[in-house]
Write a protein that binds this ligand. Structure first.
Ligand code: G3I
Length: 355
């Protein structure tokens, strides 16, 4: 049965009305859990260079995870200076930490609509040869620096329009047309032939139209002969997401046969539909969604299981806690609580992974 957004909302509201726990998922006690990294696939987490100074975070990270994604310090906002030079101090620190601790490095992200390169690209934004050269040189400079060290890259991030109707307007598209996507993959392969090259986007679980447009773009890039090597679905969820939506999305995304990265998993706990804060119910719903994501991933053929990455080590490390919203302080979106203790979602993750 195709779950429409209306049906999803209706089903959640109905559940709210009957005040029953949304899912009668039994949750194993979270004590004495195996590390997440014992899962039969790479388990990643995002990381900021400054967090390495926190010994509690660093020890939890190396004990639980086997892959890292720089949360922001390999992005254009951190790397590209107004004069067009590059700054890699923080990115290098993360790459060095990954190498020292045997963590696979996932590069994030080379080209993103929401970061336009500031003055450095504004100077060449005339659609001509100078822009094309600057675009290629940026990708060669960044992906080339981590050649042989980054296992993969999110080459293009969030190209699809918010509502799924077509593609985002951005400096890259205005100067290169939609070919900016295929060109980015070609330049990334030139920079690092050994890296797996991903197309990454969000809300693919909750917006089937956006998912269809994303898959259409992926097929176009493949048909153009560009080296698209994997699909990333960020999987930023809310506890209100209806059961089954994740499994349907992963099944759809896997239809091209490419490796799948659940690339930024978190589950916002500021429910817009729960009548009042209900920690047990929120933890239960969060655990059920995390379990569904892992079950969906485990249902893939092994060659399509790239990794599952969570977007933060502890709740307190989440970008959602830094948001300038009324509910940010109440966010508990990750698998470990503020003190680093595993939550029911961690238990559900491992149970679904067969550990
Ligand atoms: O750490 C500095 C701080 O020293 C400084 O005072 C402050 C003000 O300039 O900036 C701080 O850095 C910020 C950083 O987050 C750490 O909080 C950057 O400005 C800010 O741009 C950065 O935001 C990141 C955002 O992407 C934009 O890069 C978030 O952490 C990160 O979680 C978010 O991640 C994105 C994915 O890349 C793509 N998918 C959506 C996801 C969430 O938005």
């Amino acid at each position: 049965m195709k779950l429409t957004r209306r049906a999803m909302i209706g089903s959640t509201l109905a559940l709210g009305a009957c005040k029953q726990p949304a899912r009668s998922q039994t949750i194993a006690p979270v004590a004495a859990l195996a590390p997440l990294r014992t899962a039969p696939f790479p388990v990643g987490v995002c990381l900021q260079a400054g967090q390495l100074a926190d010994p509690a975070l660093a020890s939890l990270l190396v004990s639980q995870f086997s892959q890292v994604t720089p949360e922001w310090e390999m992005k254009m906002e951190a790397v590209l200076k107004p004069d067009g030079t590059f700054g890699f101090t923080a990115a290098d620190a993360i790459a060095a930490y990954a190498a020292t601790n045997g963590l696979r490095l996932h590069g994030h992200t080379l080209i993103w609509y929401s970061q336009d390169g500031g003055e450095a690209f504004a100077r060449v934004a005339n659609g001509g040869e100078s822009f094309r050269n600057a675009y290629r040189n940026y990708i060669l400079g960044v992906a080339g620096r981590y050649r042989g060290r980054a296992a993969a890259w999110d080459v293009v991030n969030e190209p699809v329009a918010e509502d799924g109707e077509g593609f985002r307007d951005c400096i890259w598209r205005r100067n290169l047309g939609m070919d900016y996507v295929a060109h980015a993959f070609r330049h990334a392969q030139e920079a690092d032939p050994g890296a797996v090259l991903f197309l990454n986007d969000y809300n693919l679980e909750t917006n089937p139209k956006k998912r269809r447009t994303f898959l259409m773009l992926a097929e176009q890039v493949l048909k153009a002969g560009a080296p698209l090597g994997g699909l990333g679905t960020q999987t930023h969820l809310s506890v209100d997401v209806a059961p089954g939506a994740i499994k349907e999305a992963v099944r759809d995304l896997a239809s091209l046969g490419l490796p799948i990265h659940i690339s930024e998993l978190d589950v916002s706990t500021t429910s817009t539909r729960l009548m009042q804060p209900d920690t047990l119910r929120i933890n239960t719903q969060q655990a059920a969604l995390v379990g569904e994501a892992v079950e969906a991933f485990m249902s893939l053929p092994p060659q399509q299981r790239y990794a599952i990455t969570v977007w933060g080590v502890r709740d307190i490390d989440s970008w959602l806690r830094r948001a300038e919203t009324r509910t940010a302080a109440t966010e508990r979106p990750l698998l470990f609580d503020d003190g680093g203790a595993p939550k029911p979602a961690a238990s559900a993750f491992l149970k679904a992974a067969g550990r």
